[in-house]
Design a protein around this ligand. Structure first.
Ligand code: 1HE
Length: 265
């Protein structure tokens, strides 16, 4: 973690609001299409989250969250080896988001296409505004997923929906995407960023070890065989509850100083 965060390309803008950071895709003239310098910038940003930041909100400038891969990056001078390396560059960047140091909430509006959905799928919480819609136009472009979307999208919405979207060009509306499992929150137009900031604040207020466990242990346990998963869970539980922060929080609750779990929170 650095004090101020890494240098970013002009296609990304970072700002700070107390213990949360806001990262904006800032290439609206190209509908926030992701070119190589943006992928590398995303990777750097999430590897070097500024010190004191407990959660990140990711959103897009302009009418659309993200038009996916900048198609100019894979047209023309490309061969198989460079194609593999290009896809792996995306994998590394999105790995830094999914298995990074802090929870990330993405705010989706307008087009969330191809690599834009791959980016969103690597964040932990997705908030969709009513204008959001999801498309996987790779079939129409003659390409394939490349940013981890064959792994992450089916886990969100199932192989059958991904096949439908890729084979037929079907798009899902914000409501359909919400029902299918893409977003955890569906909000009115223009309200996503405020909701993202509210949720990021809550996440930043959690015990550091619990957030670490939710980001790093939970998804791996969920993919394990049950016996390994249960044992890993026991280890993680013991690690978390023996931290001084957990002990203090448990004491606070038992001595009636902590908030209760209330309906509607
Ligand atoms: C782009 C891109 C792009 C826009 N790469 N330049 N993604 C796609 O196939 C989506 C392609 N984009 C679109 O379908 C539309 O642009 C949108 C529905 C997102 C927005 O429509 P609209 O009418 O608001 O904008 P536009 O006029 O289409 O685009 C504005 C400019 O952005 C225009 O450039 P200009 O120089 O003529 O102004 C577009 O060419 C440019 N632009 N999208 C390059 N994607 C790691 S593997 C991931 C695989 C994928 O992501 S495949 C999906 C790619």
């Amino acid at each position: 973690m650095s004090m101020s965060g890494p240098n970013l390309p002009p296609t990304l803008t970072a700002s700070r609001d107390g213990d949360i950071a806001i990262l904006r895709l800032s290439r609206p003239a190209k509908r926030n299409a992701i070119d190589d310098e943006t992928v590398l910038g995303l990777r750097r940003y999430f590897m070097e989250i500024p010190q004191g930041v407990g959660a990140v909100v990711l959103h897009g400038e302009g009418e659309h969250f993200c038009a996916g891969l900048d198609l100019g990056e894979v047209s023309g001078d490309i061969d198989i080896r460079r194609g593999v390396l290009h896809s792996q560059m995306w994998h590394k960047a999105f790995h830094e988001i999914q298995f990074g140091t802090v929870p990330v909430v993405s705010v989706l509006h307008g087009a969330v296409g191809g690599g834009g959905l791959e980016l969103a799928a690597s964040t932990h919480i997705r908030i969709a505004e009513r204008s959001a819609y999801y498309g996987l136009p790779e079939g129409q472009r003659g390409i394939f997923r490349g940013g981890g979307g064959s792994v992450r999208s089916p886990r969100l919405i199932g192989v059958h929906r991904v096949q439908d979207m890729m084979l037929t060009g079907r798009t899902l509306s914000a409501e359909e995407g919400h029902g299918a499992g893409i977003s955890q929150y569906l909000v009115a137009e223009g309200e996503g960023l405020a909701k993202g900031i509210e949720l990021a604040r809550k996440m930043a207020g959690n015990a550091v070890m619990t957030n670490f466990a939710v980001l790093h242990a939970l998804p791996r346990i969920a993919e394990s065989d049950p016996a390994t998963g249960l044992f890993t869970e026991s280890l993680m539980a013991a690690i978390a509850e023996t931290t001084p922060e957990a002990q203090q929080r448990l004491k606070d609750f038992l001595e009636k100083r902590a908030a209760k779990v209330l309906r509607g929170s």
